[in-house]
Design a binder for this molecule. Structure first.
Ligand code: ATP
Length: 375
């Protein structure tokens, strides 16, 4: 009894507040204390701590995850034997001031302008079905596992597949005109697929499409990203040009199969992008030679050499060759990126190599105008 009382007396409420306040909200990419989500912390009895958690909305989809994290952070403090988490919703004023803080005074302008240090890669292919979205998803997880803060914008507004590949499908939380991207497997995501209840077709052309992409860049709280991967729709169309206008520093990553047909269309995409001023960061060959895991037979189902020829043709680097591999297909169908589900698969190992080869260091500031005022 005495020992329990001593333990209870030993609880340092300030330490509990610090530990719980440091828990991060993965959607906001902020610590609870900084997001104004930590309410009163009390010690009602014994070693029991009572924490008030103030969520942006009562129906917050991360409610269970946040309660769990708060509990484990508080329990880790010496003397705490039990944790009661009381959940409240923020007031309108609090939501408004949080949204303003997240926007950081930039209004509806997007955060990927010339002064941004986020590397933006538009992943394009030309021909459909070459595995562009699968490569994007797994590359994103690989980069996140290297410690990068990574976002994926599914700009494939007609054939989005990022929600399926990451196994998430729910509407994003909206905070006073700002959408919170959905966190999954260490990456934050936004896709038109999150906004539509059913798989209704989207007819977006020209200005509407431009507006939609602009909103996905500017009205989403991306946080401080190191890398943003943008999954382009197949074709040489409007989205790449829109992107170039909106994100002038975006670079193109071209995905092709070894087949000449895919290679030729991909070359057209790369040339079009380059003519418009978008640099090509490299070529990724996907669906390369299949290696049988039991008999070691090498089967070049889609031929060989397309990636190499394309890279030589458009004078860029061949970043890697991802083999045709069952785990890459099956994990996509299950909604868990192969990078998580089958880290040892040959295709996954190659995606990891490609991620390590991507230039993800901060871009040089040489020749850029800096947002400085000389007084
Ligand atoms: N290396 C690979 N090995 C085996 N299957 C693969 C590989 N890459 C992709 N796939 C499979 O090929 C199909 C097409 O892939 P994905 O949807 O990623 O292509 P895409 O280029 O994004 O298509 P689109 O742009 O037309 O939507 C999917 O079923 C995917 O699981």
């Amino acid at each position: 009894m005495l020992a329990r009382a001593r333990a209870a007396g030993a609880v340092d409420l300030e330490a509990v507040r610090r530990a719980v306040g440091a828990v991060r909200d993965p959607e906001l990419d902020l610590a609870l204390a900084d997001a104004g989500m930590l309410g009163e912390v009390r010690l009602p009895r014994g070693g029991t701590v009572r924490v008030v958690l103030r969520l942006t909305t009562a129906t917050c989809p991360l409610r269970a995850e946040l309660i769990r994290d708060v509990r484990s952070a508080a329990t880790a403090v010496a003397g705490v034997s039990d944790v009661e988490v009381h959940v409240e919703a923020m007031s309108e004023t609090e939501r408004m001031s949080l949204a303003a803080r997240l926007r950081g005074g930039r209004g509806s302008r997007h955060p990927f302008g010339r002064e941004s240090s986020t590397l933006v890669y538009a992943v394009g292919s030309g021909k459909g079905g070459v595995g562009k979205s699968t490569v994007t998803a797994n590359l994103a997880v690989a980069l996140a596992r290297q410690g990068k803060r990574v976002g994926v914008l599914d700009a494939d507004v007609w054939g989005w597949s990022i929600p399926q590949l990451f196994g998430v499908r729910r509407p994003p939380v909206a905070l006073k005109g700002l959408m919170l991207p959905l966190p999954a497997h260490g990456v934050v995501l936004m896709s038109v697929g999150f906004l539509l209840e059913h798989d209704e077709p989207v007819v977006w052309r020209g200005p509407m499409l431009h507006k939609a992409i602009e909103q996905f860049l500017g009205d989403v709280h991306w946080g401080e990203l190191d890398v943003l991967l943008i999954d382009l729709p197949p074709g040489t169309g409007d989205v790449a040009l829109t992107l170039l206008e909106l994100v002038p520093d975006a670079q193109l990553l071209v995905v092709t199969t070894p087949q000449p047909a895919a290679q030729h269309v991909a070359a057209r995409v790369a040339r079009m992008a380059r003519d418009a001023g978008m640099p090509v960061a490299g070529v990724i060959e996907n669906m390369s030679t299949h290696v049988c895991s039991s008999c070691d037979a090498h089967t070049p189902l889609f031929g060989a050499g397309g990636g190499e020829r394309l890279a030589a043709d458009i004078e860029t680097a061949l970043l890697g060759q991802i083999p045709l591999d069952l785990p890459l297909r099956s994990s996509g169908d299950l909604g868990v990126p192969a990078m998580v589900a089958s880290p040892d698969a040959a295709s996954v190992v190659e995606v990891g190599r490609i991620a390590a080869r991507l230039p993800v260091a901060r871009r040089s500031l040489v020749g850029r105008s800096l947002p400085l005022t000389v007084v």
